[in-house]
Design a protein around this ligand. Structure first.
Ligand code: PLP
Ligand code: COI
Length: 341
């Protein structure tokens, strides 16, 4: 298969139309068998549930070209499970994890010409999503839904690649104490738009959100979980019922313990103790692990000892090991790598 003529190494995290997308419709209580189509537009009624009451959930994962030339994806079963949970929380019908995995594989296969080559620094981002499609005017769940998967080749999420980021403590919340912070609902991201535009306008790369109940504990950013490293090399990651259960974070905890022999603590992290950490990183599918160099809390600067020039040494080891597993340079734990072709 011939690859598309794309400047892979200079891609940003932007949308590029690829040739095929997967669609399945839910009507009269059942999903149809689904199909691969070429039309990149969606036609729905003006009163569709998604347009009026934001009834939509999504996922994000990537396809990689490995060192030996295979196309693989990383733990799609966990994305499928998380999407099942997201759908349940928004009263949407579940598109089963098994069908989710098949749809992802089919869509990547159909767009294989867009999977960036090994070593290019780019990957194929896969975006499964689902939305209420029939007219809903009283506040209630839709009766009809569409599940779709599209793909787009991407480079690094943050401009500048792996240069340490400067983030600020946000005065806005992205989630409520008993809300939807733990699922991947579009509404959480709409919530974060004003905060991110405001952060960018003030020269910050991202927001650090605090727990919405007490505003004393670290939660996550708009699109990634936090990982901290203590001065004695323990990996610490915030535990909270209002953050997204990141698949990258869960994988890194395993990598830290089983590949690198590090101690890991998943626990509440007070904003007050952040100044004592040696390293900080943002982890997620899009972010991979992006190092944080500086955290600004209302004018008070916390400069992580790892500095503004490069990743800290533990963050670097975690990054190398995780990407080594994803790109086939290191042996993966059982079930982590789904071979596509
Ligand atoms: N937190 C938020 C709010 C996200 O949007 C994402 C991205 O999916 C993550 C964390 C990281 O999750 P994952 O590692 O499963 O991509
Ligand atoms: C992902 O990492 O897949 C996400 O969905 C995060 C988003 C901010 C791009």
């Amino acid at each position: 298969m011939e690859k598309k003529n794309i400047d892979w190494s200079n891609l940003g995290f932007t949308y590029m139309k690829t040739d095929y997308r997967y669609v399945s419709n839910y009507k009269d209580g059942a999903w149809d068998e689904g199909a691969m189509i070429t039309d990149d537009t969606v036609a729905i009624n003006e009163c569709a549930g998604v347009l009026q009451y934001a009834q939509t959930v999504f996922e994000g994962l990537k396809a990689y070209t490995t060192e030996d030339g295979r196309i693989v994806t990383f733990r799609p079963d966990l994305n499928g499970e998380r999407m099942e949970n997201s759908a349940r929380r928004l009263e949407m019908p579940v598109f089963s994890k098994e069908r989710f995995i098949k749809a992802v594989i089919e869509t990547v296969k159909a767009n294989a010409a867009y999977v960036p080559p090994y070593g290019s620094g780019a990957t194929l981002y896969i975006r499964p999503y689902m939305f209420g499609s029939n007219p809903v005017i009283g506040v209630k769940p839709a009766d009809e839904y569409q599940f779709r998967v599209f793909t787009t080749p991407v480079g690094p999420y943050f401009k500048g690649g792996v240069k340490p980021l400067t983030i600020r403590v946000s005065d806005f919340d992205r989630a409520a104490p008993n809300g939807t912070g733990h699922i991947k609902a579009g509404l959480n991201y709409a919530m974060s738009l004003h905060a991110i535009v405001d952060a960018h306008s003030q020269g910050f790369d991202e927001n650090m959100y605090l727990d919405p109940g007490t505003r004393t504990k670290v939660e996550e950013t708009g699109g990634a979980n936090f990982l901290f490293v203590t001065k004695d090399n323990t990996v610490v990651t915030p535990k909270s019922s209002s953050i997204l259960p990141s698949i990258t974070r869960r994988s890194l905890i395993y990598v830290a313990e089983h590949y690198l022999g590090l101690k890991v603590e998943e626990r509440e992290v007070l904003l007050e103790e952040v100044k004592d950490f040696a390293e900080c990183g943002l982890c997620g599918t899009a972010a991979v692990i992006s190092p944080v160099g500086k955290i600004v809390d209302h004018g008070k600067e916390i400069v992580l000892p790892a500095g503004m020039e490069q990743m800290g040494p533990v963050t670097q080891k975690l990054y190398d090991t995780l990407t080594g597993i994803q790109m086939g340079r290191l042996e993966a734990p059982e079930g982590w790598i789904q071979v596509i072709e």
